[in-house]
Every structure is written in structure tokens, then in C-alpha cells.
Design a protein around this ligand. Structure first.
Ligand code: SF4
Ligand code: SF4
Length: 340
């Protein structure tokens, strides 16, 4: 049994969520024509189709760029600390791609490992994710190479599939998704939207993991990643990258402790207080990024830290992304590229 909703009714529902005080995040066209996930002020801003992937990711819904974790005041020689309540505002992400939603269960491992991050967990519990199954993809997409696909349900609470004549099939995936669309859809047993096969598989993750285990010191890292500028655009827009730094911002009277996004691609990311930097050159930083995503995180948490969204490649000023790097690694492993 399929359930459907007309696009106009869906947009009315978005306006209803906004009127109820919910935060709604979805793809919008920025001033320069780039599609970005951003908070909506009205459903008219929402762009559900006509693009492959937004230039950023939905991780900001659960892991904002900057977040105050407590404040402090100096009273003479005493310090007064004040907790900041986690943000539990109900949030609906609509129009995310399945490769974005799939990052959330992967991030759950990290934010609930040695320390349970109450800020992340509060936002995650308050967030409902409605994805749109992909009907188009580009050369940068490789979801099928990391075990996902155009209608992968991991991390989605409900999924919309574009049906003919201005309708969407609505597939509830979790209780949250069921509750969100309860009473809003129409039964339509005759509608069953076919799922695209998605991009062809481009590499085997087992081969990649084997290469990573055996070639930590390989000169291939230097050759493959030489053009990287260390700008961090790949990490900031990646749905699964989660590096952060904690800094104090304030003056002699007090201030706040803030968690800010960071990136392992920045030259100063690993600089010690002594001045020594164990990752002194960019090739070592790129090696870390790939090793972390395809060997270290899977070994630790049983999940690949990449959903194949291709955002890192699309955003890279020198067209280097995880996909190019993995394809080059696969070619080195096959012997098709010689490392000098
Ligand atoms: S791979 Fe590209 S986007 Fe990432 S740090 Fe290097 S130059 Fe920047
Ligand atoms: S590493 Fe690149 S392809 Fe993988 S999830 Fe991050 S942005 Fe997407």
C-alpha cells in the first residue's frame, strides 16, 4: 500500500510546521544560484528537485558550526560556571538526499562513544529527517560503492519519491516519520515509484581498506594528493566530518567556552605546543582523512565514515576529493599507476 501527498499539500505542511515554531531546514537557492541546505522562512524557498546535491550537508542540524557549551564569570579569585541548556527546538529537515541522512547514524557512534555529547543528542532527538529519493546523480556520486543507494533509508525518518502529476509517494521509515505525516497522506495502491539503480560501483571498500592497512608510508600519498591546498572545504561540507576544537572566548570579566568546527586538513590542526607538527605536510593530512574514513572509523565503530555523496569533490577548488583519491589508490593497488 502506497501513500501519497500532492506537492502543494506538502508545501502547506511545511508552512504549518513553521507556524508551529519548528525549525525547518531544506535546500534553498542562494543568491549566486548555488543550492544550500538552510533554515526556511517559508515553503516557497524550498527546492526539492532539479539538482543532484546541495553544496553543503545537513549536519548543521545536529552539529552546528559553533556552539556555546557553558559560560563563565570571574568573581575575584573565584570562577562561576553556568551550564547552557542543549537546544531541543523541534527541527524538521526536508529534502535531504539519502546520502546526507545516512551520515547521522554514522555520527551517532562518535558523539556517544567515550563521552555522550548532550548537545548533539538533544538536537538529534529533536530532529526529523525527510529525504527525497534520488532520481539523478553525477560523476561525483558513489553511494553504491559504500553500501548505500538512491533510496537508502539509513538515517531517514520518512522518504519522498517523486511520482507523476505533482505527487510524492511518502514512505515512513521510523515512528517519527509516521507521526509527521499521520493524516496528511492519501492511500494510492496503484502508485509505486521505481527506484533508480544509482551510480555504478566505482571501487571495492575491502580493497581500499587492505591498501590502507599495508601502505601507510607509501609515496602514493604524496603523488595523489600533491595538489591539495589545505583549505578544508571538503571537510566543512562533508556530512560525516566532525572534527571540532574547543576555545574560550572572553575577557577579564568572563566569557564562554565554544565548540567550533575544525578540519584535519588545516596545517595547524595537529601543531603541538612545542611547535612540532606530526602532520607537517599536506600529504600526511590527506592520508589521515582517508585512513580515518575507510580504515580507522570502520575498525572502531563498524561503519565507513563516508556516504559517497561526492560533496567533497564538487566543492574542492582543485577537483580533489575522496572519490578521486580512492580511484587513484585502487589504480595504484592494481599496478595501473606507478609510484615513483
Ligand atoms: S582536498 Fe580540496 S577541498 Fe579538501 S583541503 Fe584539499 S584543496 Fe581543499
Ligand atoms: S568524504 Fe566526501 S563523499 Fe564521503 S561523505 Fe564526506 S563529502 Fe561525501
Amino acid at each position: 500500500m502506497s501513500d501519497v501527498i500532492a506537492k502543494d499539500d506538502l508545501l502547506r505542511l511545511v508552512d504549518q510546521w513553521l507556524a508551529e515554531g519548528k525549525r525547518v531546514l531544506g535546500p534553498v537557492k542562494a543568491g549566486d544560484g548555488v543550492i544550500l541546505y538552510a533554515p526556511l522562512a517559508a515553503s516557497s524557498q524550498l527546492v526539492l528537485e532539479g539538482f543532484v546535491h546541495a553544496a553543503n550537508s545537513i549536519k548543521e542540524a545536529v552539529f552546528p558550526r559553533s556552539e556555546t557549551i557553558y559560560t563563565y564569570k570571574f568573581n575575584g579569585h573565584e570562577i562561576e560556571l553556568s551550564d547552557v541548556d542543549p537546544d531541543s527546538t523541534q527541527c524538521i529537515v526536508i529534502g535531504a538526499r539519502p546520502c546526507d541522512a545516512a551520515s547521522l547514524p554514522v555520527l551517532d557512534h562518535l558523539f556517544n562513544w567515550d563521552y555522550k555529547d548532550k548537545f548533539y543528542n538533544a538536537r538529534r532527538a529533536a530532529t526529523t529527517v525527510v529525504t527525497v529519493a534520488c532520481s539523478e546523480y553525477d560523476d561525483n556520486c558513489f553511494c553504491t560503492s559504500v553500501g548505500l543507494g538512491p533510496a537508502a533509508e539509513q538515517g531517514s525518518d520518512a522518504m519522498l519519491l517523486k511520482a507523476p502529476d505533482g505527487w510524492y509517494e511518502v514512505r515512513a521509515v521510523t515512528d517519527k516519520g509516521t507521526a509527521l505525516f499521520n493524516g496528511k497522506t492519501t492511500p494510492a495502491p496503484e502508485i509505486k515509484v521505481p527506484i533508480s539503480d544509482g551510480p555504478a560501483k566505482k571501487f571495492d571498500t575491502v580493497d581500499i581498506e587492505t591498501f590502507l592497512k599495508n601502505n601507510y608510508e607509501s609515496d602514493a600519498w604524496r603523488d595523489i594528493t600533491m595538489r591539495c591546498l589545505g583549505c578544508g572545504a571538503c571537510a566543512y561540507n562533508c556530512p560525516t566530518c566532525h572534527c571540532f576544537d574547543i576555545v574560550d572566548e572572553g575577557d577579564a570579566a568572563g566569557g564562554r567556552r565554544v565548540k567550533n568546527w575544525d578540519s584535519c586538513q588545516f596545517g595547524q590542526f595537529t601543531v603541538h605546543a612545542s611547535g612540532h607538527n606530526p602532520r607537517a605536510v599536506q600529504a600526511q593530512r590527506q592520508r589521515q582523512r582517508i585512513q580515518h574514513k575507510f580504515r580507522i572509523y570502520p575498525e572502531k565503530f563498524g561503519a565507513i565514515l563516508c556516504t559517497g555523496c561526492g560533496t567533497c569533490t564538487r566543492n574542492c577548488p582543485v577537483s580533489l576529493g575522496v572519490l578521486n583519491t580512492l580511484e587513484a589508490i585502487a589504480a595504484v593497488a592494481r599496478g595501473s599507476i606507478e609510484v615513483k
